[in-house]
Design a protein around this ligand. Structure first.
Ligand code: NG6
Ligand code: CA
Length: 534
């Protein structure tokens, strides 16, 4: 070796050593803090006030409360919409669902709503080297769609085509057919001699030999109130029909145990690699049929008992992280897909047994409505290695932000067209003093905008609210807890200060015309620009 070659080599080694030292001295600077694993737990229909760490006293949720104690509790976090499908669409794509036709509550035979190959939350993690999985409620369509999806074969496209390495799914909702699980896009336990057929054309005569929710009503173990009177599975009427697949049909009472076991197994299988798990419970959606061991755990009937069962599943996931020594460096985010609902179509005494419990906490409205209770949901973030436990944050956060926030945390850049409405809120997640997003557009029965503490619900922005004549009256802020619909009026502008008036009882639109104009323009601009991410 020549002297020059030797000295070049030594110089190279010296530089490498120097670089190592510098990196060790400034560990976080310029580099994402990158969690080892990420788990997103998404509840269904759990309201802001339904958990004991958010003030509930009629039900105790010790497992969820652990997350609050060991992590940060966000008080102004929002589902992207007041129903499931648009929230999940927005959470996975980083795009407000109202930009895309057909993202309202999906039927059980809807086509996959997210374009294969798109930059989704799962794809972001996959690119960053994580193993990705989804366990639980999907409700984003699967396969090519009505009349075309063959449930007896591998159902494609599905989660795999949008970034999930593994999936174990409730295809739509607990109250919609098909009432079977899909693992890696194939029906679990399907008997080839008993093929499945699914339809939302809702014609009983198309399904000879099957029970029917209306005709066979006397045989049901839980009676329906409205909407759920088509196929009968496990003695419960559902929305939509299905025939065949008898051996593969789920048993509602076992669903929480099944999902908890699948979630824990995913963690165990991938304990040695970085993983991203999206764990979406059926609880506390209807039909609320908890396992017998949870029945009677609250005085609120099935809805309260389903909250206890939800808490059990959270505990199973946290225990799995503990068992493999992963809790310290795993970012866990817990939230809900929309606000609470009492009677959602079954006679399960949710209204009658509510007592003094307030499912939406101090807020007005509920699932479907444009008031705060429609989208303001629990949001807890735990990451012991980085986030101080027992902290609180009033930052405005939306589930649509998970894509950009996750990309930032694991050092992935987004293309201009990716996640058009997702904000990088990693700073707000890591430090409770940091502000969240400045404004947020929510999709309920009507559209609404939040700008700081201000909330604007424009007149005539009805999306799919009840088709009854509008009285122009703004209704009763307590309608929900009395078991009534509270969708307000849609022919007057409404403006509320959500900090001073969480019940949205004092409409200030008439006294603040400039703010109303500015917020209307904000909504318009978001629509025409096609994006809100900077
Ligand atoms: C509604 C159902 C309701 C529930 C909801 C979806 C009727 C009358 N109501 O259409 O029971 O299934 O859809 O809820 O059928 S969500 O949380 O998945 O958005
Ligand atoms: Ca829901």
């Amino acid at each position: 070796m020549t002297r020059t070659a030797w000295s070049v080599m030594m110089l190279g080694a010296g530089l490498a050593a120097w670089r190592l030292q510098v990196e060790a001295a400034v560990p976080a600077e310029g580099r994402p803090p990158r969690p080892r694993n990420v788990v997103v737990i998404l509840a269904d229909d759990v309201g802001w006030g339904d958990l004991s760490c958010f003030g509930a006293t009629a039900v105790q949720t010790p497992q969820v409360d652990r997350l609050a104690r060991e992590g940060a509790r966000f008080t102004d976090a929002h589902a992207s919409a007041a129903t499931c499908t648009p929230t999940r669409y927005a959470m996975l794509t980083g795009e407000y669902a109202w930009r895309k036709q057909g993202t309202g509550i999906a039927t059980g035979d809807a086509a996959l709503l997210i374009e294969p190959g798109r930059t989704t939350l799962a794809a972001v993690f996959q690119r960053a080297g994580y193993v990705t999985g989804v366990v639980g409620k999907w409700h984003l369509g699967l396969g090519p769609g009505p009349g075309l999806t063959d449930w007896n074969k591998e159902v494609v496209p599905g989660p795999r085509e949008i970034g999930f390495d593994y999936s174990f799914l409730i295809p739509a909702t607990g109250d919609r057919t098909p009432c079977v699980y899909l693992e890696n896009q194939r029906v679990v336990g399907l008997d080839p001699d008993d093929p499945i057929q699914v339809s939302f054309k809702l014609k009983e005569e198309n399904y000879p030999g099957e029970l029917d929710g209306r005709r066979d009503r006397a045989q049901l173990k839980m009676d329906w109130d409205y909407g759920h009177h088509f196929a009968v599975v496990n003695g419960i009427g559902r929305i939509g029909y299905m025939a065949g697949g008898k051996r593969a049909r789920w048993v509602d009472e076992e669903m929480a145990d099944t999902l908890a076991a699948k979630g824990a197994a995913f963690i165990a299988r991938n304990k040695d690699k970085p993983f991203f798990l999206y764990f979406a419970t059926h609880d506390i959606h209807v039909p609320r049929v908890p396992h017998p061991r949870f029945v009677g755990k609250t005085s609120m009937g099935p809805r309260g008992d389903a909250i206890v069962q939800f808490d059990f599943q959270v505990g199973a996931i946290l225990d799995a992280l503990d068992a493999h020594g992963l809790a310290e460096d795993t970012l866990v985010i817990l939230s809900s897909d929309n606000g609470p609902v009492l009677n959602d179509g079954y006679k399960d005494q949710a209204v009658e047994k509510l007592g003094s419990h307030r499912p939406a906490g101090p807020y007005r409205g509920h699932k479907y409505s444009a008031y705060e209770g429609g989208t303001r949901v629990p949001f807890l973030v735990r990451w012991p290695k980085r986030i101080k436990g027992g902290t609180q944050s009033a930052a405005l956060v939306s589930l649509v932000d998970l894509v950009a926030t996750s990309a930032a945390l694991c050092g992935q850049s987004l293309a201009y067209g990716d996640a058009p409405d997702s904000m990088d809120l990693s700073a707000a997640l890591l430090d409770p003093g940091t502000a969240g997003r400045a404004s947020f557009i929510a999709e309920g029965a009507r559209m609404s905008v939040r700008d700081g503490v201000w909330k604007f619900i424009p007149a005539n922005a009805r999306k799919d609210g009840p088709k009854r004549p509008d009285t122009g009256r703004l209704g009763d802020p307590d309608a929900f807890v009395k078991g009534e619909q509270d969708t307000g009026s849609w022919n007057v502008d409404q403006l509320y200060n959500t900090a001073e008036d969480p019940r949205e009882a004092h409409n200030l639109a008439g006294t603040q015309p400039e703010r109303v104009a500015a917020m209307r323009a904000m909504l318009q601009k978001a629509r025409t620009a096609g994006r809100t991410r900077p």
